[in-house]
Design a protein around this ligand. Structure first.
Ligand code: ATP
Ligand code: MG
Length: 256
């Protein structure tokens, strides 16, 4: 059975897509069968996987509104060694079109059932909002991975997200839990980073992943080459951190 994880944080630019792409590639490098779902109309995870969002025959949009089946939408990240349900700007329209559909928050969950046996991990890259698209990600998932930067305002937005997750858990998806908080773009030389990081550990205990992703320019450069960072420069500190995070996830799912 595939374990499905939504990578979510309604704050923009906190490293959701970088985490989804690199965790997918790192899990694949560890021999896991992975499907990445790009639930963001920006299509960054699609491009970062080396799939051109401008020339898609079909996208997650078609899947959510019922115009195509999952196998028709699915493509491959040759570079990353995982499968992709790609997206582009078309997906922005799905939000409105889904309003009239039955079970609109469960469209992704229902679509993923068809491929449950084919993957060990399904990772869903959510957009920076608590929208119907993110809700579809949360309804489909067994757990949420929350990437966050260790900065002053990081904790503020977190309570909104935690409340949303609680509501989804209560009303729509009893399986859903927070798997963990992932510290990203971490700067070990910054005192503030260290303080916020310590605060996270004392508040959230073992919900904070042991792996810490450092700020690393190689991770930021990789998408312009259409490659996940862990493929573009495997030896880079950021890539090594994502490989360690993947190993931690493989361990973690044994007890979920
Ligand atoms: P959005 O909310 O717009 O979807 P996001 O949360 O998906 O954004 P990313 O796109 O992953 O965030 O990252 C935002 C920017 O930070 C990107 O330019 C990315 O390359 C850069 N970045 C992410 N992680 C790191 C890192 N560990 N080191 C250096 N740069 C990083
Ligand atoms: Mg993103």
């Amino acid at each position: 059975m595939a374990r499905i994880f939504a990578v979510a944080n309604q704050k923009g630019g906190v490293g959701k897509t970088t985490t989804t792409v690199n965790l997918s590639a790192a899990l694949a490098a560890h021999g896991q069968r992975v499907l990445l779902v790009d639930l963001d109309p920006q299509g960054n995870a699609t491009m970062g996987s080396g799939v051109d969002k401008r020339s898609l025959a079909a996208s997650v949009y078609h899947l959510l509104v019922g115009l195509k089946t999952l196998p028709e939408v699915r493509t491959k990240s040759e570079a990353g060694g995982y499968d992709v349900l790609p997206s582009n700007r078309d997906l922005a329209g799905a939000e409105v079109e889904m309003v009239d559909l039955e079970n609109r928050e469960k469209r992704l969950r229902d679509a993923l059932r068809a491929v449950d046996d084919e993957y060990d991990f399904v990772l869903v890259d959510c957009p920076p909002s608590l929208s119907m698209l993110t809700l579809n990600g949360l309804c489909a998932a067994h757990g949420v991975i929350i990437p966050m930067q260790c900065e002053y305002y990081a904790l503020e937005g977190l309570s909104d997200l935690v409340n949303t997750i609680k509501q989804v858990h209560a009303k729509l998806n009893r399986d859903l839990k927070i798997i963990g908080l992932l510290r990203v773009m971490f700067d070990p030389r910054s005192t503030l980073s260290q303080q916020v990081s310590a605060q996270l550990e004392s508040h959230f205990g073992d919900k904070v992943f042991k792996a810490v992703i450092p700020r690393n320019v190689r991770l930021a450069e990789a998408p312009s080459h259409g490659l996940p960072g862990v493929v573009f420069d495997k030896a880079a500190k950021g890539s090594q951190a994502y490989l360690a995070f993947a190993a931690e996830m493989i361990e973690r799912i044994k007890s979920i």
